[in-house]
Design a protein around this ligand. Structure first.
Ligand SMILES: [Zn+2]
Length: 211
């Protein structure tokens, strides 16, 4: 079967299954547990729509998760159905950032592409942070400067409460050749940020805001 779960959907499934296990572990009221389970499954099935029968069957075990071990086993097998972030090569990076001289493609060997919603990396040469974000079969490229200082705050990309830093990027002004700067607080750690993303709403808002 072809992979059909996007990384953010996989994160949603993971988060919702954890909610069920947490309810089971902390509540003795079975009605409460059932209600939590029902709500969690509804959230998952509202996100994963237009499934084929085969895909529905693959997802079926999530309905009977009883404990943490079962959850881990289920997630392990579901991960095989996750569509990985596209493999990024040097030509793709050069095309995405034509003006960035000598920008190297990120080292994706140590990145779990099945848990990657968007790709972010730091380039020492230019002291800039680069992002590639999939949007409607295309990759949106964003570059800017991520401040080294950090504090606890809400991230503009994943909406999580994390250690965030100010990310300043330039966007083209209405008059040709002019630029204006826009700042957003985003997670310091892009891995943390990616794992938090279970809906693309905030990420798309972030891109719209910068374009
Ligand atoms: Zn984040």
């Amino acid at each position: 079967m072809q992979e059909f779960i996007y990384p953010h959907q996989f994160h949603l499934i993971k988060q919702q299954l954890k909610t069920i296990i947490y309810a089971k572990d902390s509540s003795i009221d079975l009605n409460v547990v059932d209600a939590v389970r029902e709500m969690a499954l509804e959230r998952i099935y509202n996100e994963l729509i237009n499934l084929t029968d085969d895909q529905k069957n693959t997802l079926e075990p999530i309905q009977h998760i009883g404990d943490k071990e079962e959850m881990e086993t289920c997630l392990f097998s579901l991960k095989k159905q996750v569509i990985p972030f596209p493999k990024i090569s040097q030509p793709i990076v050069e095309k995405a950032f034509p003006k960035a001289k000598k920008l190297k493609a990120p080292d994706i060997e140590n990145i779990d592409l099945k848990e990657t919603v968007y790709l972010r990396w730091y380039d020492k040469g230019s002291n800039k942070t680069y992002m590639l974000i999939p949007n409607e079969e295309k990759l949106v490229s964003i570059q800017g400067v991520l401040e080294p200082t950090q504090h606890k705050g809400i991230c503009s990309i994943c909406n999580g409460l994390e250690e965030v830093s100010l990310f300043t990027s330039e966007k083209k002004g209405r008059i040709r050749g002019t630029y204006s700067k826009t700042g957003n607080y985003i997670c310091k750690d892009s891995e943390v940020c990616n794992l938090n993303i279970s809906t693309l709403e905030h990420l798309y808002f972030f891109i719209d805001h910068l374009q």
